[in-house]
Design a binder for this molecule. Structure first.
Ligand code: DGY
Length: 317
């Protein structure tokens, strides 16, 4: 039996039903910690999402039955991977299929912040728009600016392509593997994060959440950004110290921020909610019909491979 922790696109639910006995979550809310423990005792597999914080206690408990966890998503920082390995439980994710849509969303946030789109929409809907005027809500052009990409994995590379080829941005990147990937000859590698921060007009985060990247963007790093620069985060909330970000915006050190992910989702720092120069989205990076269906089919393929006794394509533990 496969325990599915959230509702999925209909086509994915139907495809899962063709292959497995399923246990669905009632309603579309995350499982409680007790329900997760129970799922691990009763199911052979759990198909989970980013909203399931699956700690070591699930993997290490006596009478655990689960043999494989298929995560619906690429990020796996919500799963205790070491505990899974120690318990011999396989974990898979869904890379590749969400790259392009997440990269689109990063560009959407850059444009929305620089062109003050959120502010304009709020003004119009609030009945405060008095009509066109030459000095109304002037923003800044994205084209020609320097983009600093932190993390040059699949999504970082897709953002680099869009920014350079689509908008004529100059792209600087900082990555753990200091090598420009094939086909990205226009990307300049920064020797350090500090060097990137000192150069970029817009900094876009595309690194995974790991102990090394926890609060990678803290008060010191935000202070090293160019005055008036913009921070965009479509990676994970843990990578940014939200309180420090609010302080940097309040002091004018940063000119704005575009966020899709938060430290304590679905909570958002109140200081952020109050600001006009911040665009806030509710974790929508992969939220297109095309991508969510593809993610579901990829999770299904991983489960099928596991139960067929072959190597799942996207094993992470
Ligand atoms: C991902 O795939 O990691 C997205 O953030 C949704 O979980």
């Amino acid at each position: 039996m496969v325990w599915v922790t959230r509702r999925l696109p209909k086509s994915v639910e139907r495809a899962l039903e063709e292959h497995f006995t399923l246990r669905w979550q009632r309603g579309d809310v995350p499982l409680t910690p007790d329900e997760l423990l129970r799922a691990f005792r009763e199911a052979d597999a759990v198909l989970c999402t980013v909203t399931d914080r699956i700690g070591a206690e699930c993997f290490a408990q006596p009478h655990r039955r689960v043999e494989v966890v298929a995560n619906f998503g690429v990020g796996v920082n919500h799963l205790a991977l070491d505990a899974a390995r120690a318990a011999g439980v396989m974990v898979t994710n869904t890379p590749d299929v969400l790259t392009e849509d997440t990269a689109d969303l990063a560009l959407l946030l850059m444009l929305a912040v620089l062109r003050r789109a959120g502010e304009g929409e709020r003004e119009l809907r609030g009945g405060r728009w008095t009509g066109w005027r030459p000095t109304h809500l002037l923003g800044a052009r994205l084209g020609g600016k320097t983009l600093g990409i932190v993390g040059l994995g699949r999504i970082g590379r897709a953002v680099a392509r869009r920014a350079h080829l689509g908008f004529g941005m100059h792209v600087v990147a900082w990555t753990r593997t200091p090598r420009v990937p094939d086909g990205l000859g226009y990307v300049e590698l920064a020797p350090s994060l500090d060097a990137l921060l000192a150069r970029a007009d817009v900094v876009s985060l595309h690194c995974p959440a790991t102990p090394d990247t926890q609060r990678l963007m803290g008060a010191d790093q935000l202070a090293r950004m160019r005055r008036g620069a913009v921070l965009v985060n479509t990676a994970r909330g843990d990578v940014v110290d939200e309180a420090a970000l609010v302080a940097a915006l309040e002091s004018g050190q940063l000119g704005g921020a575009g966020l899709d992910v938060y430290e304590r989702e679905p909570e958002v720092h109140p200081g952020m909610l109050a600001r006009e120069d911040v665009v806030l989205l509710p974790h929508l990076g992969s939220a297109t019909v095309e991508t969510r269906e593809a993610m579901g089919m990829r999770a299904l393929a991983n489960l099928l491979a596991f139960f067929d006794g072959t190597d799942p394509p996207d094993r992470v533990a």
